[in-house]
Design a protein around this ligand. Structure first.
Ligand SMILES: [Zn+2]
Length: 337
């Protein structure tokens, strides 16, 4: 297939260009990579999980090997400590981060980190630790993966309208491209609105909720990750609340200060780095994050330089659909794709 061959050549060219690109970046630089789930190729969660949410353990191992050839891999807390003390920073530093606190980070991610000797920061949603809570995109994906045409008539009208506008066609089986598109469209609603729509929809169209399985880390797993000596923890709020304008000062205090104190009680270490849920951050939220945390990471893509705002650190998101081979991964890290 000539098209496939051209794509392969292009990918290889971008991979070769990546180190040339990052040599031009201001130094010392800090590249922070964002991961979510670590799912083996045969893991059932892949059927309904968004492609932008996971890599396989093998892909993670490959990526860490590649990173070691080009970067100084360092814990984000350690990098911040060096910077605060005025010590010399690595010329090109790279930090690994995991968002949301997925149980598969312990099952499949930790062994890879340990084998590679690479540190990481995991951002936890403190109210959901050890629970069977499911984020609304996962609930929606499971619902969409089971819907048949006749179900569309019984769904809440607002949800049905959203699905129709997003071009959703029910097939009774998961169609990941459709699921991805609908989830993106539903982000126009508040989390609370989506959760109440799903509560109603699930009562009308029963879904198999993963057999009540627990997908998020519990305290025992968190402490085992800590005891590896490689993993530190930061806050990702109490309930994954998007910090949009409209939250009251009390809610902001609760999400920001409340999650930090819960986490510090649990892990016995400073939890002084924050990760904005969904990357959302109102001016009031940013002001409070600045007083409660020494740094915070966003979903804005990019590298950080010597002048970067420590409370608006940029990250590069890594997932298998765009970074499964070495050249694609290098191009992604450099921001070329
Ligand atoms: Zn998140």
């Amino acid at each position: 297939m000539p098209g496939t061959r051209i794509k392969q050549l292009l990918r290889r060219a971008l991979g070769l260009a990546a180190p040339v690109v990052w040599r031009t970046r201001p130094r010392p630089s800090l590249t922070i990579l964002t991961y979510h789930r670590i799912l083996p190729a045969d893991h059932p969660a892949r059927a309904t999980e968004q492609p932008g949410m996971y890599v396989s353990p093998d892909a993670l191992a490959m990526q860490l090997r590649v990173l070691k050839q080009h970067f100084t891999l360092i814990g984000l807390g350690d990098w911040l400590g060096l910077r605060a003390s005025g010590a010399e920073l690595p010329d090109r530093a790279c930090c690994i981060t995991f968002d949301d606190g997925w149980r598969d980070n312990y099952d499949y991610g930790l062994p890879v980190l340990v084998a590679a000797g690479v540190p990481a920061t995991v951002f936890l949603v403190t109210d959901f630790i050890g629970s069977s809570y499911r984020f609304w995109p996962n609930r929606l994906a499971q619902l969409l993966g089971r819907l048949v045409v006749s179900d569309m008539r019984v769904l809440p009208a607002e949800l049905c309208g959203l699905l129709v506008r997003a071009g959703f066609v029910p097939t009774g089986a998961p169609d990941i491209a459709q699921i991805d598109r609908v989830i993106a469209a539903c982000k126009s609603l508040s989390d609370a609105a989506m959760i109440s729509l799903l509560d109603a929809a699930e009562s009308l169209v029963p879904v198999v909720a993963g057999g009540g399985s627990r997908d998020l880390l519990d305290e025992t797993e968190i402490l085992a990750m800590r005891d590896s000596g490689l993993v530190q923890f930061g806050s990702h709020s109490r309930r994954h609340t998007r910090l949009l304008p409209g939250l009251t000062p009390v809610q902001l205090e609760d999400e920001l200060r409340g999650s930090r104190s819960r986490l510090e009680q649990m892990v016995g270490q400073p939890a002084d780095i924050f990760c904005y849920p969904n990357g959302d951050c109102s001016p009031a939220a940013l002001a409070l994050v600045r007083t409660v945390y020494r740094a915070a990471v966003t979903t804005v893509p990019g590298w950080n330089g010597p002048q970067s705002d420590l409370h608006l650190l940029r990250r590069m998101s890594v997932h298998e659909d765009i970074a499964a081979d070495k050249a694609s991964f290098l191009a992604r890290v450099a921001g070329l794709r």
